[in-house]
Design a protein around this ligand. Structure first.
Ligand code: BG6
Length: 471
């Protein structure tokens, strides 16, 4: 396991909210190597002590712990660097090339290239050192290809770790065991038994301080290209021959490549875009998001995977900001039974089986079944929807980044996205942007705190937002 991490973007929001807290938890739980050290790199001027004091004010040690934060801070050195100044970077960072390191670029993608140049000059990309990159990897297929090509000039794909933090979430890691560890599920996991699949990522948060980025990216590029397509790929992939990183990533890539490109003719039926206006979210007044560009904060899509297993099964994807509740879930909607034998409810009223995997806010899995509480006073057999519920209670709820940082230090790429996956995802996303442009797909305003623009219902499951558990 490598024991040296260089964190670029150390004064940024992500580092404060997730990366340093993850390191703190890992240290606290003694999951990091003895000589673990952090080299923090940012633009703001600080000396080591100044940075430590700045960080101390922003990190919560957690109840019942003491000493862990001091321990973390004592392991941090800070450098204020301009990443475009290769010479200065090389001079400041060369001393850290004494040990294999993980360089973590939590920076905008336009800094990937200069950062690689400086790291290379400092000797920090020599094998077995590794590079971790935050999303977004580009803005479209062409820019993603450029970034991937630049990275490859600096180091081999086996040492490049592209983060999608959804893959660090425990319930996302449970998708493969659930599918491939259960005969019961895998036997019915195709278009003979499944009618449709819903993937929903609803947030109450707005674009909050990231207006510039969002005006450029919108929900399609910010959420669908990565998190939602990774969920889709894990739900739809074929069983891998083995559980190594490349076997899994090969199968995910095949799914992404089988996504049917959207055409302008399909844009109206297979997609919807919205942007939140003023409203009330969770009891609090919220302002609308204003941008000069036609950009969406809500997107609904009907995706089609053109392969043997999924022919004819719509995958509905919906994500939005400033929606009424924070809900992330995947629903597998099974077909109704072929012949309905019972009096009540009649075939149309019956609820077909449904598997609901909820990732947020709570982590639950619920299998909806039909059953009967036969009672003599009911003349006929009365069927009702019932559910088998499984609450996933991991020993400790962890930040997704904790797992990803450990894996990067160990060199396990399973939960990181490979270059060809990123490019396959962009290819599909580009087809949607082009279809929207050609068809002039409008961006409808929706009040903050509502479930998206008129027409969004067609892309959202009926039960979205309902608490998990029996209804
Ligand atoms: C990020 C997006 O990748 O994921 C944000 O850039 C979004 O816009 C966030 O809010 C959602 O992550 P989570 O873990 O809160 O669901």
């Amino acid at each position: 396991m490598h024991d040296s991490i260089l964190l670029f973007g150390a004064t940024g929001d992500l580092a404060q909210r997730y990366l340093f807290p993850s390191l703190l938890h890992l240290l606290r739980d003694r999951l990091l190597p003895e000589n673990f050290r952090v080299v923090a790199i940012g633009r703001t001027q600080h000396d080591d002590d100044g940075f430590r004091a700045w960080l101390r004010e922003r990190i919560d040690e957690g109840d019942g712990y003491s000493g862990a934060l001091d321990d973390l801070l004592s392991r941090i050195r800070y450098h204020a660097l301009n990443l475009n100044d290769t010479e200065a970077m090389a001079a400041a960072l060369a001393p850290y090339a004494d040990r294999p390191a993980v360089s973590y670029l939590s920076t905008p993608p336009n800094l990937f290239e200069p950062a690689c140049r400086g790291l290379k000059a400092a000797g920090l990309l020599e094998p077995p050192s590794r590079l971790v990159l935050e999303k977004p990897i580009g803005h479209d297929l062409a820019s993603a290809r450029e970034i991937n090509a630049t990275l490859k000039e600096a180091l081999d794909e086996s040492r490049i770790f592209r983060i999608d933090h959804y893959l660090g979430k425990a319930p996302v890691q449970n998708l493969l065991p659930l599918r491939f560890g259960n005969t019961l599920l895998e036997a019915v996991w195709d278009n003979r038994c499944i009618e449709s699949v819903d993937i929903v990522v609803a947030e109450t948060a707005g674009v909050d301080g990231r207006e510039g980025y969002y005006a450029d990216y919108g929900a399609l590029r910010d959420m669908v290209q990565n998190h939602m397509l990774q969920l889709l790929a894990l739900v739809a992939m074929e069983p891998p021959a083995a559980l190594d990183a490349d076997s899994i990533r090969d199968e995910k890539r095949k799914v992404l490549r089988a996504l049917r490109p959207m055409t302008a003719a399909d844009a109206a039926s297979d997609s919807i875009r919205g942007r939140y206006g003023p409203g009330v979210v969770e009891g609090r007044a919220a302002q609308g998001f204003k941008a000069d560009s036609a950009v969406e904060t809500f997107v609904g899509l009907r995706a089609w995977i053109d392969n043997w297993r999924w022919a004819g099964v719509p995958f509905r994807l919906a994500t939005g900001k400033r929606l009424p509740s924070r809900t992330t879930e995947v629903l597998i909607n099974f077909k109704p039974v072929t012949h309905w034998l019972f009096d009540r409810p009649n075939a149309r009223g019956a609820t077909p089986n449904r598997l609901r995997m909820r990732l947020q806010p709570e982590e639950t899995i619920e299998l909806g079944l039909m059953g009967s509480l036969a009672a003599p006073e009911w003349g006929a057999t009365e069927l009702m929807p019932m559910s088998l519920d499984m609450a996933m209670l991991p020993p400790k709820r962890r930040i997704a980044y904790e797992r990803l940082m450990i894996d990067a230090l160990k060199g396990d790429q399973t939960l990181f996205v490979r270059d060809d996956e990123v490019e396959a995802a962009w290819r599909w996303i580009d087809s949607i942007s082009a279809a929207w442009q050609q068809a002039g797909t409008p961006v409808h305003e929706y009040p903050a705190g509502s479930w998206g623009p008129n027409g969004a219902e067609a892309f959202l499951p009926r039960t979205v937002g309902a608490p998990s558990g029996r209804r």
